[in-house]
Design a protein around this ligand. Structure first.
Ligand code: TYD
Length: 142
């Protein structure tokens, strides 16, 4: 099959913030159309040792919004043809990752928290962990 989404469908979305003078900020995500999917699962990744990398997979159906809730890290997206690296370090921004996009996460700062809002519950069978299988899934030769 030829997958539908490309790197150009994976923007950094500005979620906005509610600013309270001298008392901090709040960022809100609601199932009101802010994202092109409703959120069914939230998980967060933390205590990542320096130099470690995460990800190295694509999803067949899942959409995600990746947020640097604290600290910073790098996300490299790959649609089989184009690769793009994003540096995330703002809790009011999120990187939209559509189905069929390979992702690698690395360069985690000390204390980084990677929060992920996902369109579905955890499903092992939705993962593609082999890069060649990913290219096949993308229909890179079609
Ligand atoms: P994985 O998604 O590969 O993590 P990352 O992309 O951050 O490197 O998941 C790592 C492990 O955690 C894997 O064994 C599956 C498990 N896991 C769950 O059980 N539930 C979940 O919601 C997630 C995201 C992972």
């Amino acid at each position: 099959m030829c997958a539908k989404f490309s790197i150009n469908d994976c923007p950094v979305i500005d979620l906005g913030k509610i600013h309270s003078e001298r008392r901090g900020d709040i960022t809100v995500v609601e199932n009101d159309g802010t994202l092109p999917f409703d959120v069914k699962r939230v998980y967060y990744l933390y205590d990542v040792p320096g130099g470690a990398s995460r990800g190295a997979h694509a999803h067949k159906e899942l959409s995600q919004l990746i947020v640097a809730a604290s600290g910073s890290f790098q996300v490299t997206l790959d649609d089989g043809k184009v690769r793009r690296t994003f540096f995330l370090n703002r809790p009011y921004q999120g990187l939209l990752v559509r189905p069929g996009i390979w992702r690698d996460l690395d360069d985690f700062s000390s204390g980084a928290v990677c929060m992920v809002l996902a369109s579905d519950v955890y499903k092992k069978e939705d993962y593609i962990r082999d890069y060649q299988a990913f290219l096949d899934f993308r229909g890179i030769n079609c």
